[in-house]
Design a protein around this ligand. Structure first.
Ligand code: SF4
Length: 363
């Protein structure tokens, strides 16, 4: 029996993964402690979304080994797949894929049950490392997810969060050789629904199973069902209808827009324009009038001049977000934007823009 401490960096997906890692070690009879100083083994579930997040992982490894070199360090999470060499101080690298979804997660009872529905991403936003660290999107089978929801409900959870890097494309990979037949597919490979719902959000090629999954979960009578992260492309009319139909689907929708200027959106390789994003917000509001929005914004992306920044301000004013997670751009090694563009905007200016948006949306 060993004393284990798990440190989780990063997003809700990592939090959810850590709950399965915990279950994996609990099955072996290990116990969990509240501080790494009391541990025989420290498991670090890493995040690499920003260089600073990665540096925090190295800092922790350093501190632990300086405190007691006998503490074993196991590294898992997003840093493992992109590390070519063994990391100094790490005793074992544990690819998160080795932790089976069949393990019943040891959940944190103080919050909603986090249920991973897919992992990885095929969108390749130019600033993002996720498609490289987590790989291509892989969806879990719907029956498996629904069973996990049932088990969480049996344990008393009344709120569920469905998690994936892009939940809206859930299921597109489950039958890649046979995209869902749609008789109205046009020459450019767009369906009627694409044309209706996301005129040139052209990344949507397969019929997503997410609206169906959301409906099946919502029908179970939970108090609240939320989902994260939900990108503007792949946000179909069918999904809007499903949200409208089930009042227990969270009315606070997280819909990252990142930037308000079309040139910047293009450089970010986001699959929509400002107008398409605003039209989507309008369509959702029409069917779900009580909806509120939260978002992610990157400020200071290369090429974002004052006029481009003003367009981001305008989108914030027009949508009236309830919360915005505002990130100052910092180039992430291994991404397209870090290779192609100079990080030319001074930190002082990024901070100024950050303050303006933060005051506008969050205060
Ligand atoms: S949608 Fe874009 S930002 Fe989100 S995980 Fe995928 S590549 Fe990264």
């Amino acid at each position: 029996m060993k004393n284990i401490y798990i440190k989780t960096f990063g997003c809700a997906q990592n939090e959810s993964d850590s709950e399965r890692v915990k279950a994996f070690y609990a099955e072996k009879g290990d116990v969990f402690v509240d501080s790494w100083k009391e541990a025989d083994i420290v498991i670090i579930n890493s995040c690499v979304i920003r260089e600073s997040a990665e540096n925090r992982v190295y800092g922790l490894i350093d501190n632990i080994k300086k405190f007691d070199p006998k503490i074993e360090i196991i590294l898992t999470g997003c840093l493992v797949p992109i590390s070519k060499n063994k990391i100094k101080g790490v005793d074992k690298m544990l690819p998160i894929k080795e932790i089976s979804f069949e393990l019943e997660p040891l959940r944190d009872k103080t919050r909603a049950a986090l249920i991973t529905i897919s992992s990885g991403c095929n969108n390749y936003c130019s600033y993002c490392i996720v498609p490289y660290s987590r790989g291509q999107e892989v969806s879990r089978k719907m029956e498996e997810i629904l069973k996990e929801v049932d088990r969480a409900m049996e344990k008393g959870f009344e709120e569920i969060v469905l998690i994936g890097q892009n939940v809206n494309s859930y299921g597109a990979d489950l039958n890649p050789s046979k995209p869902t037949p749609n008789p109205s597919l046009d020459k450019e490979g767009r369906t009627e629904m694409d044309k209706l719902s996301s005129v040139s959000m052209g990344k949507r090629r397969f019929h997503s199973l997410f609206p169906k999954l959301l409906e099946e979960v919502a029908k179970k009578g939970l108090k609240k069902v939320s989902f994260l992260s939900s990108n503007p492309w792949d946000f179909s009319e069918e999904l809007i209808e499903t949200i409208a139909k089930y009042p227990n689907v969270d009315r606070l929708l997280h819909l990252p827009f990142q930037a308000g200027d079309n040139e910047i959106l293009k450089k970010m390789n986001r699959g929509y324009t400002r107008q398409e994003y605003l039209d989507l917000v309008k369509r959702i509001r029409k069917k779900v009038p009580e909806v509120r929005f939260s978002t992610d914004i990157i400020i200071g992306f290369p090429g974002e001049d004052e006029a481009a920044f003003e367009k981001t301000v305008e989108v914030c004013k027009e949508v009236g977000f309830e919360i915005a997670y505002i990130n100052k751009y910092s180039p992430r090694r291994g991404t397209v934007s870090a290779t192609l563009y100079q990080d030319e905007i001074l930190m002082k200016e990024k901070k100024r823009r950050w303050k303006i948006l933060n005051r506008l949306v969050n205060e």
